[in-house]
Design a protein around this ligand. Sequence first.
Ligand code: IPD
Ligand code: CA
Ligand code: CA
Length: 256
Amino acid sequence: MFEEVCELVIVAGRNLIENMNSRLTVETKGSDTDLVTEMDKKTEKYITEEIKRNFPEHAVFGEETVEEIGYDRMLEMLETYPNLWIIDPIDGTTNYVHGLPGYTISVALYCEGIAAYGIIYDPVAKELFIAERGKGATLNGEAIHVSKQSSLAESLVSTGVPAKYESDRNHVLEGYVKIALLARNIRTFGSAALHCAYVASGRLDAFWEWGVNIWDVAAGKLIVEEAGGSVYQLDGNEVQFEFPHFTCTNGKIDKE
Ligand code: IPD
Ligand code: CA
Ligand code: CA
């Protein structure tokens, strides 16, 4: 069943590429820096309908649906449904709008509140990162693992500049100034899901961001865990569904 969802995510990715440089209608939501296009909406609709067709008894929500149903209803769904799919149809919409690579589709299945499957697809690179709880993580079918790096000074870490709130941006920038002096360097690719996938595959050693949403990291959390990494809130607690201040690492540079 998981393979079918991977297939439809790949189809959705192809469709994103075909429409990438078309005249997109770009709107903002909530803040001038939080963008949405018709391709976000179309992709979410397509994946939602296909999942519902394949699993009529499962519930589904995605970022753009939450815009309609509201955040409280989303939290209620997270508590209520035993099988719940969480979609980010384009993670990295700003990249997509600017004709840049580095956007992804993120899809996860949560069973009783625990991640069971995670898919992150980068359609430009044709890279499919997947994980199934207890069965490890793969990139295009090959097993992946977090890096073995144990020194922050030799680590390549990443962060994101949050789309919505200035206060979250300020927190990230404060961290950036500190970490930039301690780590080998910092990357900001523009997709939280891609950052997670890169930590899981050992390309990056860590990722942190203030104020991501559950749909940004629902799949990434599991993929990093299954690749042997650590995932938690920035204060060290378990990741929460509501406004996760998110960190994932290779599990070896956490203390530093
Ligand atoms: C955004 C991306 C970005 C991150 C923002 C997210 P979107 O998602 O993941 O890297 O910095 O916090 O909102 O809006 O492109 O789906
Ligand atoms: Ca996102
Ligand atoms: Ca999105």
